[in-house]
Design a protein around this ligand. Structure first.
Ligand code: C5P
Length: 311
């Protein structure tokens, strides 16, 4: 006998989803809701996770994790991709739906590149196709924002200005392709911990909370001006991340001394992202940074790239 679920969609659904770097991350003062208002520019990079959603018994949601960056990812109900699948089923009033999720990870865990958020975004898309739900992009965006401030962006990708908690997105057009080198660190940094350190630095007057995005970021993107973009990169969480992990300052200094057009801590860190002039200078920079003792691995990537896509 063929069940409705099998008849509707017997094949697993595969979705590829990009990592992000914040070209600007401008952070306002802590609000009463426990969040900081942000002015940010997201930029999607060609470093991808893959989420595969396969049919499962009714009401059963499971997850298995594999890939370069899989250690430290919970394979239980706390996994953001599992929460995404559960939220989608619940929102459609369909607790009977089940899915076996598989995450193939390349985006570092707790690395400041929104890897968990990307997996949640991809799970929303994959499950909505697997379950044949009538979702619009706006539905997915609203569910994504309920899962976390960084979850909506990987659905759209490319470049976007984020306001509010970072989840109110406006697309930002750009010209050209930018060459990046990512320097991963051993171990992650917790986003709430970095925001808390930001609050301590603000209380001491060492950082000034301000959500204004430097106009040079959008201007450089519009002109394909990589050198201008390198100079304009800004991350208000960087001081907090460096305070918690001082060796990241050495990584940034080494990348700039080796010819990067600019370098910043990515999001809440500890990944450092460097903008290179060309593919060949990115290759040189990558091999230089890979030799540093505090750098666990390097990866080259280009941006911007589109958001979550069915494969
Ligand atoms: O949105 P998400 O749950 O991923 O954020 C994780 C944590 O990061 C929040 O609980 C909050 O402590 C901090 N955060 C913040 N302001 C933002 C986004 C995140 O303080 N705009």
């Amino acid at each position: 006998m063929i069940t409705t679920l099998e008849a509707a969609n017997p094949e697993p659904v595969r979705v590829r989803v990009p990592a992000k770097v914040n070209l600007a991350l401008c952070v306002g003062p802590l609000g009463a809701d426990g969040y900081h208002p942000l002015g940010t520019v997201f930029h999607a990079l060609s470093l991808f996770d893959e989420v595969i959603a396969a049919p499962a018994a009714p009401g059963r949601v499971s997850v298995a994790v594999s890939g370069d960056s899989s250690s430290g990812v919970p394979a239980d109900e706390s996994n953001l991709a599992v929460r995404a699948a559960r939220l989608l089923a619940e929102d459609f009033g369909r607790p009977d739906l089940g899915v076996a999720l598989q995450l193939r990870k390349q985006i570092p865990v707790a690395g400041g590149m929104a890897g968990g958020s990307a997996d949640a975004a991809a799970a929303l898309l994959a499950c909505s196709v697997l379950w044949d739900l009538d979702t619009t992009p706006d539905d997915l965006h609203a569910l994504a924002a309920r899962l976390g401030a960084d979850v909506p962006f990987p659905l759209v990708g490319d470049n976007a200005i984020g306001r509010g908690r970072g989840d109110e997105l406006v697309p930002l057009l750009s010209r050209g392709t930018y060459h990046w080198v990512l320097a991963f660190a051993e171990g992650g940094l917790s986003t709430p911990t970095v925001f808390r350190r930001f609050d301590e630095l603000a209380a001491d007057g060492r950082v000034s909370p301000d959500t204004s995005i430097p106009p040079q970021v959008a201007e450089s993107l519009a002109k394909a001006d990589a050198a201008g973009l390198g100079r304009a990169l800004r991350n208000d969480l960087q001081a907090a991340a460096l305070d918690l992990r001082p060796e990241l300052g050495d990584t940034l200094a080494a990348g700039l001394a080796a010819g990067a057009l600019g370098g910043i801590v990515s999001g809440s860190g500890p990944t450092c992202a460097f903008l290179a002039e060309s593919e060949s200078s990115a290759m040189d920079l990558s091999s230089h940074l890979a030799k540093l003792p505090q750098v666990a691995a390097t990866r080259r990537a280009t941006g911007p790239v589109p958001g979550a896509r069915l494969l």
